[in-house]
Write a protein that binds this ligand. Structure first.
Ligand SMILES: [Zn+2]
Ligand SMILES: [Zn+2]
Length: 237
């Protein structure tokens, strides 16, 4: 039956019109244009390390400026087909991408997940949520938690005030802009006390927002805070 369905409806590449054999995949061309991060990433921000890197190594940036979270992983570098995929997912109503991208993210985040881990997304301000109709990070988080069979709390964190868009800002401006913008949801705080938390976001640029989220989780008693993102912007902050 499945085979028949496939003959009638061949699968389409996630990012172009090309027909492919596997469902929810990329055609060879789009695949080759997607900068997946393989081998040894920085253990904190997930960017690929150059040279002889070992498991657990950090990039220069994370060594000189420790982040507010413990460990991190990213699926891809923010560029090429990865960028266009993230933008379609975020602004193009392509919520169907949450399934394959959440699967990739679950795989990348595997070293950071323990049975007692609680998964939570970076929150959107309600106005932005209203406009976009979905929180792309929440869709990803849901998939990651489901695949690993761990707890998922979509409303663990809140963003009570709207902050300006961070695009084009320096690391310092980003930090100032999001300072104090993230709060723990008091009704859920008890569920992370004494437990590790894995934060989910779509893009990691300087880490200002994730840093705020991590601080809020620590204050609520999380034992560790890791982050997993779809795409890492690879430029010096
Ligand atoms: Zn394609
Ligand atoms: Zn790093």
């Amino acid at each position: 039956m499945q085979r028949l369905a496939k003959l009638i409806y061949p699968a389409q590449c996630l990012t172009c019109d090309e027909m492919i054999e596997v469902e929810r995949g990329l055609c060879p061309k789009c695949w080759s244009e997607t900068p997946y991060i393989v081998d040894h990433p920085c253990d904190c921000c997930g960017r690929p390390l150059v040279g002889d890197a070992e498991e657990g190594d950090l990039c220069d940036d994370c060594r000189s400026r420790p982040k507010d979270w413990d460990r991190g992983r990213a699926v891809m570098l923010y560029g090429g087909n990865a960028r266009s995929m993230v933008l379609r997912f975020k602004h193009g109503d392509r919520t169907d991408l949450a399934h394959p991208m959440g699967t990739w993210l679950a795989e990348a985040a595997a070293p950071l997940i323990a049975p007692e881990t609680v998964v939570a997304p970076v929150p959107l301000h309600w106005l932005r949520l209203l406009r976009r109709r979905y929180n792309q990070s929440a869709l990803l988080g849901q998939r990651v938690a489901k695949l690993h069979g761990v707890n998922y709390i979509p409303d663990l964190l809140r963003r009570p005030s709207a902050t300006r868009k961070l695009d084009g800002m320096t690391a310092e401006q980003r930090r100032d802009t999001v300072a104090g913008a993230i709060r723990i949801n008091r009704a859920q705080a008890g569920r992370i006390e004494g437990r590790p938390v894995l934060l989910i976001d779509d893009v990691l640029t300087t880490g200002a927002t994730l840093g705020e989220c991590a601080q809020a989780c620590r204050k609520a008693g999380a034992t560790s805070v890791h982050v997993a993102v779809l795409a890492r912007v690879d430029r010096e902050a």
